[in-house]
Design a protein around this ligand. Structure first.
Ligand code: NDP
Length: 273
């Protein structure tokens, strides 16, 4: 009998997670099924409970339910607790156990796949929504020289900097106040790219040799990556690797085995072209 997993969201039809987990299962010889589950906006908890009652083993959670998932869990990893967002749930000994694998996924993509060490780097994180919250602790765990959070609504960046202040060198900024500063790694965790918009980042922020990373992925360069290219950023990356790496971490939590991600990233990349 295969073990059952789902990814819950609304909308969910676009999700590539079933393809990713099917590839992981084939590669590691794990007997599991993984499907999409569309939950109504007011029906997240009911759908999770029904899935659990049906014998489901665990699930991934995506927009807009990550915070609701955090509230639902009986036990949380430290990174999920601090992020106040859960993207991976495991049903274990009658409990709902939550984790957030987005940050580990981002760090593995940058440090391992893109071969960019974060230690000692000046990192700028754009955005203060769910995705940004999920990556702060894992980014700080890489011991950057500093991590600056900039957000359109600057007060949200300040709240985040306060919440994580004991975990590393952390600051908050408005976009305007970034003028004249330079960073080695700039990560776009805003949803601006979804509407083909560019966060209002002043010119001159990309240090020589810098990495520009957009969590959004797709065919071609996002407005942020185009801007970074014009600004002379040395390396451009989108969030496809992060997507696969966060899935690999979830797979490892559920199955106790870490799949190799290289071929899966390449397969998805080919599918985008
Ligand atoms: P949220 O809705 O929680 O947060 C959106 C953030 O973007 C807010 O900080 C908001 O600022 C900011 N923002 C929106 N539009 C603009 C704009 N035009 N200019 C400047 N800032 C803007 O979204 P999420 O955090 O959940 O997702 C953010 C992005 O990350 C999405 O593109 C998502 O697809 C991607 N993502 C990718 C993952 C991957 O595995 N590759 C995983 C998770 C997310 P304000 O507070 O002022 O409104």
């Amino acid at each position: 009998m295969a073990d059952h997993y789902v990814v819950v969201g609304n909308p969910i039809a676009h999700s590539k997670s079933p393809q990713i987990h099917a590839a992981f299962a084939a590669q590691t010889g794990q007997n599991l099924s993984y499907e999409r589950l569309l939950a109504p906006l007011d029906g997240f908890v009911a759908n999770v409970e029904a899935f659990r009652a049906d014998g489901g083993k665990g699930l991934n959670v995506t927009v807009p339910f990550k915070q609701e998932a955090w509230q639902l869990c009986d036990a949380l990893s430290e990174r999920a607790q601090l992020a106040e967002a859960v993207n991976t749930i495991k049903f274990e000994d009658g409990r709902i156990v939550g984790d957030n694998t987005d940050g580990v996924g981002l760090c593995r993509d940058i440090c391992h796949n893109l071969q960019q060490a974060l230690q000692g780097k000046r990192i700028l994180l754009l955005g203060a929504g769910g995705a940004a919250r999920g990556v702060i602790l894992p980014l700080l765990a890489e011991h950057p020289a500093c991590l600056t959070i900039a957000n359109r609504t600057a007060s949200k960046a300040e709240q985040l900097a306060q919440r994580f202040q004991h975990y590393g060198q952390l600051g908050a900024s408005s976009y305007e106040a970034l003028a004249g500063q330079q960073f080695d790694v700039i990560i776009n965790a805003t949803s601006a790219s979804l509407s083909d918009a560019l966060p209002p980042l002043p010119g001159g922020c990309f240090a020589p040799g810098s990495l520009a990373y957009d969590m959004m992925y797709g065919k071609g360069l996002t407005p942020f990556l185009l801007f970074a290219q014009q600004q002379g950023s040395a390396q451009l990356a989108d969030g496809l690797g992060m997507l696969v790496e966060q899935a690999a971490e979830a797979f490892c939590i559920w199955r106790g085995v870490r799949p190799d991600t290289t071929a899966v990233i390449a397969e998805l990349r080919a599918g985008l072209c």
